[in-house]
Design a protein around this ligand. Structure first.
Ligand code: PLP
Length: 394
């Protein structure tokens, strides 16, 4: 009999594991009554005025269900240029610099597919966002880890960055506040990264889902995208998923140098054509309408940060942690006896019905940690920690 393949997947894909965040979420979905802190899926509903704008358009606009231009609706790109100017002081052109994406996941992938030759290197913080690792490998690139310092509150170590750069290094990806640690990168460190990028001719990819969620001294938050002389080597990616509670709409945007946008459009168009028009209509309402929900979400998340830190303080024999400054993740070290973070997370799910993400997924420094998201309701956080206390009596 003719032999058949067990999978038609390439070796490159077969060797990868599904993101541990989604793996844990799928395992948890098979069980009843799990308290889940695994997925960074905010409990908030998309604000009313954003939903209403879409309902109106679907009712009255005969074009609402059609493709847009590949780089997005003109009105949305103009609103992006205006928002970017207000937020960073940098003037950009809706036509030359703005590309509407289906969220930052897609935006980062388009950037990587556009810039990388096979075996080119991209520097990621360690720990980093797990999907960046996967995207990079799928695009043929090699991740180079820049370890953060847990004992210094997961701060960057600038001295350690430059020795990582080789003739194959193309870019560095930054997320601040960080997923998974919640740390905000300091101004002086970001300026040092900018200096290194200039000297080594690197692109800086700023993946920004969380800059609206900075809990302590938000005025001190430094925007690397606000440096005028860096704009030619910065890709700034914003997503509507988190701060506008639009994760299911799949919408984001990229502000990029003109020539890079021209090249990115080929990749973007050949994979997606355009971001969904109803989502773009929602995005326009999000950028131009009432912004009160941003303040409401931030103060709710700040309360949830206090709650999860209080609960972590009660189980010091199980976890130690660095207090997050932003986003909605905490990345505790496992102090309880365990084999590795993956087994710990699987056992915790099976035995205590609490779902967390194993830290090893976020890079080598993540081993012996778990990531917990506190974007879920207070009841869910309490339920998870009541169960953890029971599973690990003092
Ligand atoms: C750093 C980072 N980038 C991208 C994403 C996904 O964003 P989007 O929903 O816009 O694809 C997330 C979601 O958790 C994230 O933490």
């Amino acid at each position: 009999m003719e032999s058949s393949r067990t999978s038609f997947a390439s070796n490159r894909i077969s060797e990868l594991a599904l993101s541990a965040i989604k793996d844990m979420a799928m395992r948890a979905a098979k069980l009843d009554d799990v308290a889940t802190l695994a997925w960074g899926l905010p409990s908030f509903r998309t604000p009313t005025h954003i939903r209403d704008a879409v309902c109106q358009a679907l009712k009255n606009d005969p074009d609402a269900g059609k493709y847009t231009l590949p780089d997005g609706m003109v009105a949305l790109r103009e609103a992006v240029a205006q928002t970017h100017h207000e937020s960073t002081g940098i003037l950009t052109c809706a036509d030359r610099n703005v590309l509407v994406t289906a969220g930052n996941m897609q935006g980062v992938k388009v950037v990587l597919d556009t810039i990388l030759e096979v075996d080119d290197e991209v520097i990621l913080t360690d720990p980093c966002f797990v999907s960046h690792l996967l995207q990079l490998k799928i695009s043929g690139g090699k991740p180079i880890f820049w370890p953060l310092q847990e004992k210094q509150g997961w701060a960057a170590k600038i001295d350690a960055l430059e020795p990582l750069i080789t003739s194959r290094t193309r870019a560095i990806i930054l997320v601040t506040p960080s997923n998974p640690t919640g740390t905000v990168l300091q101004r002086s460190h970001l300026l040092a990264v900018a200096d290194i990028a200039r000297r080594h001719d690197l692109l800086i990819i700023l993946d920004d889902p969380y800059s609206r969620f900075v809990f302590d001294e938000p005025n001190q938050y430094f925007k690397l995208a606000s440096l005028d002389d860096l704009a030619a080597r910065v890709v700034y990616l914003f997503t509507f998923s988190k701060c506008h509670a639009m994760s299911g709409w799949r919408l984001g945007y990229a502000v990029v140098p003109e020539e890079l946008k021209r090249q990115m459009l080929k990749v973007h168009d050949s994979t997606l054509i355009c971001a969904p028009r109803p989502s773009q209509i929602a995005g326009l309402a999000a950028l131009t309408g009432d912004q009160q929900h941003l303040r409401d979400f931030t103060s709710t998340l700040k309360r949830r940060r206090s709650l999860i830190c209080e609960r972590l303080d009660r189980v010091r024999h199980v976890f130690s942690y660095v207090k997050p400054e932003g986003a909605y993740y905490v990345f505790p070290r496992i102090e309880a006896a365990h084999v590795n973070s993956r087994q710990f997370a699987i056992d915790l799910l099976k035995q205590a019905k609490v779902c967390v993400t194993p830290g090893s997924a976020f890079g080598p420094s993540g081993e012996n940690h778990v990531r917990m998201s506190f974007c879920v309701a207070e009841d869910e956080i309490n339920k998870a920690f009541d169960r953890i206390e029971k599973a690990f009596p003092v």
